[in-house]
Design a protein around this ligand. Structure first.
Ligand SMILES: [Fe+2]
Length: 319
């Protein structure tokens, strides 16, 4: 395994409402709501909800800021991660197509990419695009909760890949290759594929060349992918990655941020998409494994404001 950037870790989205996210990620896609807490940047509280497998394993972790209550909408476009792709077993697209039709999830298309069958669909509230890629090489253990009706034979295994939409390939190729230890392995139409190590699920990033598409926005707003985080094995490597990409000229790199469950460093890539190098701390630092995601977790300095914050959020979760 790479001793530097190791693959996909988590992705963070600005969505519509907390209930809309639970309906989509838990009740439709069958993921586990395994942490509910707050975004502490800014002055208004915003939920931060985490969806994944049992433990929020890196490579199968989608986190959301339900942003509708601010009134600010995002503009999707180039310079962002535009497609989030999960792996599912070969032959399970029929199950998902029928489920999406029944549950009001808009299906965009079915197509083939790099020889694999892809089902593309929308988050019904905020329009962010997702995909199911049929791939039997993914042997990760899925989260299965019988309450929601997704059988293990069709369940999401984790991320397959993320796709960055961009207007020009050259600078991003340099960044991926020299800064992020990802190798270019091929093209399929407008897609160029990059992988770390041997590639495959959670090791793959595609760049989608869309030279005539206007840029999306970088500020928070409903309906955008805010950033994609990649795993690093420890904080020494994180320091080294930061120093090395600064040495390449990418000086728009943050200091290390304490995100409770990760230690994070962010970099604005030449494509425009925000990437993060994340070191995992774990999700059992503030609640036990068995009850992950059932309680609203609030950091100690805000504990006495808990009820007031929940009242201001005004977005109760029915799960
Ligand atoms: Fe992150």
């Amino acid at each position: 395994m790479s001793d530097r950037i190791q693959g996909l870790h988590h992705i963070t989205l600005c969505t519509g409402t907390a209930q809309g996210d639970v309906d989509f990620f838990v009740k439709t896609l069958g993921l586990r709501l395994m942490k509910r807490t707050l975004l502490y940047d800014g002055v208004e509280p915003i939920y931060h909800l985490y969806f994944g497998d049992e433990m929020g394993t890196p490579g199968n972790l989608t986190t959301c800021f339900p942003w509708r209550r601010t009134g600010r909408k995002a503009r999707a476009g180039t310079g962002q991660i535009g497609l989030i792709s999960y792996t599912v077993p070969v032959g399970s697209h029929e199950f998902w197509t029928e489920r999406f039709q029944r549950r009001g999830v808009p299906i965009r298309k079915r197509y083939e990419r790099f020889g694999q069958q892809v089902l593309q669909f929308e988050h019904p509230e905020c329009g962010i695009l997702f995909e199911m890629v049929e791939d039997d090489s993914d042997t990760r253990k899925p989260w299965v909760d019988p309450k929601y009706g997704v059988p293990e034979s069709a369940a999401i295994r984790g991320f397959h890949s993320w796709t960055v939409s961009l207007r020009d390939l050259d600078d991003m190729h340099f960044f991926m290759n020299e800064g992020w230890n990802y190798n270019r392995v091929g093209t399929d139409g407008a897609f160029t594929r990059y992988q770390v190590d041997e590639g495959g699920p959670a090791k793959t990033v595609d760049l989608l060349l869309e030279p005539d598409r206007p840029p999306g926005n970088w500020s928070y707003g409903e309906g955008m992918v805010h950033h994609g985080a990649f795993g690093v094995p420890n904080m020494d490597v994180q320091d080294r990655v930061k120093a090395e990409i600064e040495g390449l000229g990418f000086t728009d790199v943050s200091d290390r941020k304490d995100r409770t469950y990760f230690k994070s460093v962010y970099v604005r890539t030449p494509a425009g998409a925000l990437f993060e190098a994340a070191h995992s701390i774990g999700f059992t630092v503030d609640e036990p494994k068995e009850t992950l995601g059932t309680e609203f977790i609030i950091s100690p300095q805000f504990k006495d404001q808990r009820d007031e914050l929940l009242r201001r959020l005004n977005d109760p979760i029915d799960i």
